[in-house]
Write a protein that binds this ligand. Structure first.
Ligand code: BGC
Length: 450
């Protein structure tokens, strides 16, 4: 980042430039919180839940079969057909359906009927109505699983607030909706988180893969833990299988106040605006659902103080959510000294930005928000790698922020290297269609185990 000339802007961005000492402290605190989540005794009151996923085997490449998969949890809803032929041969057909925003705050029946409607359409299109296919369901919200095909929703995140789902088994809700509709023969056999899907689909090709990370609308990670440490799993001491994939649900880190030392006043404003105030503290500092809004808040603050875009006003910018997170990626993809994308963004917002300093400062704001996100995310990954105590690991990553922000992967890598013990090697692998393929692979293990 260059030099910020204006003292007010400098002050506003100071808190985003978290120094290394504080990052080390974040790792330390997260380690503690994760241990609480894993332990039977403290799990109930832990903020970072570290849910047992019941996924104990990573794919071997030998899985076979034809599966349906559903992917719900970000801005799109998808249905997939995955044909696994073995020897790393995965063939996928998928359709993306527009997810009506009204469903995010509707009722359980509306939500599951919509999902079933899309599934029926998809099955008709591919002539799969009567094949009795097994289905893997990627449902990217915190679930307390009681088995691979049973899990109750603990809380909604990412702006969802559908009535009648919290505390219910989502597999049952989906299966009931399919039965109610009565047009297709499909059995839901696996419920997984998107982080787990990402891990599984990459592990299929890469046998060093032990972590699945999402930095998209929301953020979260899963990792491979020793079964003996997964105390909330009934058979943790006697299981013949040595490993258990743990869904950390790290988005909730800080919900008990332990992250206050890195939060900024803007984070508090964001939190108040959301449908789940006080919840998903770490996620709100990191993920795509909030980054653009963070930039917008800083920007209107700077405009109100007369620091930026003097004598200009933008009705649009005053609207919540008007600064899309994708604008951050756009602005940061301009070469230094160039403002092609930046000008487009300004135009969209109805701003002229005649002063070069305005455009430069806007870039600084974007950089402050995205680099803080990458730093905190690096802390999370370092916590997991330290916890596993391994010297080499591949990390499967997916999500729009990671994929589309021009420097996010390199920032993440840079900060991880600074925080990790010397000699620990890691590789960030961008996962292709993890949620969908992963759900099919999870479904495949259930069929194999029968
Ligand atoms: C959810 C996680 C999910 C993550 C990424 C979070 O809001 O709680 O379950 O993995 O978003 O989609």
């Amino acid at each position: 980042m260059g030099t910020i000339n204006h003292p007010d802007l400098q002050l506003a961005l100071k808190d985003f430039l978290i120094e290394e000492e504080k990052l080390t402290q974040v790792v330390y605190r997260m380690t503690k919180e994760m241990k609480m989540g894993l332990s039977k005794e403290t799990h109930a009151r832990a903020a970072v839940k570290c849910f047992v996923t019941y996924v104990q085997d990573l794919p071997t490449g030998k899985e076979r079969g034809k599966f349906l998969a559903l992917d719900l949890g970000g801005s799109n809803f998808r249905v997939l057909l995955v044909i696994i032929r073995g020897d790393s041969d995965l063939q996928t057909e998928s359709r993306t359906y527009v997810f009506p925003e009204t469903l995010m705050t509707g009722t359980a029946k509306e939500l599951f009927d919509f999902i079933t409607e899309c599934l029926v359409q998809f099955c008709r299109q591919f002539g799969l109505e009567n094949e009795g296919l097994p289905l893997g369901f990627t449902f990217s919200f915190p679930c307390h699983q009681q088995g691979l095909s049973k899990g109750t929703l603990v809380a909604w995140t990412k702006g969802f607030r559908v009535e009648g789902v919290v505390g219910r088994n989502v597999v049952e809700l989906l299966q009931e909706a399919i039965t109610r509709r009565g047009e297709i023969s499909v059995t839901v056999v696996a419920l997984i988180n998107d982080t787990v899907g990402t891990l599984l689909s990459t592990a299929y090709f890469n046998n060093n893969c032990r972590i699945g990370l999402i930095v998209g609308t929301g953020t979260n990670a899963c990792y491979v833990e020793k079964t003996v440490n997964a105390e909330c799993f009934e058979g943790y001491q006697t299981s013949p299988k040595p490993y258990m994939v743990i869904n950390t649900e790290w988005g909730a880190f800080g919900d008990n106040g332990v992250l206050e030392f890195v939060r900024t006043p803007y984070d508090k404003v964001i939190d108040k605006e959301t449908v789940n105030p006080g919840r998903q503290t770490f996620e709100k500092c990191i993920s795509g659902m909030y980054m653009g809004e963070m930039v917008r808040l800083i920007l209107i603050d700077m405009m109100a103080k007369g620091v930026m875009f003097r004598n200009e006003s933008s009705e649009k910018l005053l609207q919540r959510g008007s600064f899309s997170t994708s604008y951050i990626s756009d602005i940061e993809s301009d070469a230094p000294g160039e403002y092609r994308m930046c000008n487009k963004v300004l135009h969209n917002l109805g701003l002229r930005g005649n002063q070069e300093s305005d455009r430069l400062n806007l870039r600084y704001i974007c950089e402050a928000v995205s680099s803080r996100s990458a730093k905190l995310c690096a802390c999370g990954l370092v916590t997991l790698i330290n916890k596993m105590n391994i010297n080499e690991v591949a990390i499967a990553v997916d999500g729009s922020v990671y994929r589309y922000h021009p420097t996010y992967p390199s920032m993440l890598e840079h900060h991880m290297k600074k925080l990790l013990k010397p000699g620990v090697k890691f590789e960030l692998v961008c996962s292709e269609d993890g949620s969908g393929r992963g759900a099919a692979l999870a479904a495949a293990t259930t069929v194999k185990n029968k």
